[in-house]
Design a protein around this ligand. Sequence first.
Ligand code: SF4
Length: 355
Amino acid sequence: MREDNIKKYIDFSLEITQGCQFNCTGCFIDKEGNYWPTSNQFEKLMFLVEDLNNNEFKPMNLQVGPTDIMTCNNMDKILSSTDVKQLAKKFFKTAINCAFLDPYEKSYIDFGKKLNWLLEGGLVKFIIPFEAYHIDNVEYIKKIRNHIKITLDNMPDVTHTKTYFILNYEATSIYDRANNKNLTEELILKTHHSNLLKGFDVGFNLAHSRLNMQKPENAKAFYDSIMTLKKYLTGAKLKYDNKIDVYDLMLHEGTDWDIFYKAGKLYMTPFLQEGVASFDKEFEVKKDWTFKGLYETYLESFLNQVDWAHNNIDCKNCQFVPMCAERGVHSLMKIINTTNCISPLKSLEQKVIWK
Ligand code: SF4
């Protein structure tokens, strides 16, 4: 099967880190249950990535997570795995989830050397879970910069592309610094032009999305946080315009496929407001781990969502139905049982960057 009009990017997350020593505010990441793929599953993953590549899908990012690699229980197993190394070679770059908070500088020498072996000849991006209240913390940022530098000094065969702070939106939205203030808008702006954070990219994740949203309390918590983030992203974009990126507005970016391997299963997760990752059965790939299997999964989901959207008052006459269906937005709305638009696209219609 080959669709000549489809040229997409693949972001692939390999959820294999087990355990974490940190307790970041509001974190709902699964610290356990991120089981190691069997050798047969590794073979199937390799085949899948090649098959996607042969069908105009470019393997862009491999992400290794979801917990901090330096304090997970299986760091050495990952960093010395020939299976992970071979898989990483198939991608344009590899993103490593690392907090860079180990206090011992020598740990970063060892870490850098091992990572150099794993990603030899490739590109690396670091993803740092970042607590919102450190936004003005000069010492903290200095320490992280130093740890990254030591690591990179020991990675002569790998090119560093960028470092990305990932902020837990649920935590930033409730953080009470001096005046019981919601920091989100300030964060959105600061992280885009603060000297202290120069060189770092910043994004949000919505940790509630990882919870079982079949439970009404989780669905409600997710709905509340995604609607508040939408309000802030929309408000900040209208107020500060080019100083603010709203990733969802770049429609060509929305043609990525976000695929997750987790505990023996594959998921094609939604793409919305930067950091939604869901392991709901709605997003599970139940067909073969091939281009054909994934394409059919995607197509079925797309058509079901378009049907649903055309019967939903909010979406009915909206020009973004195909975009939202492609990104799994309507599936999310169905799961959390809402008919209200959860995407910033319509509210920022005039800012959308058409391809
Ligand atoms: S932007 Fe909102 S209203 Fe429009 S299709 Fe998407 S979810 Fe529906």
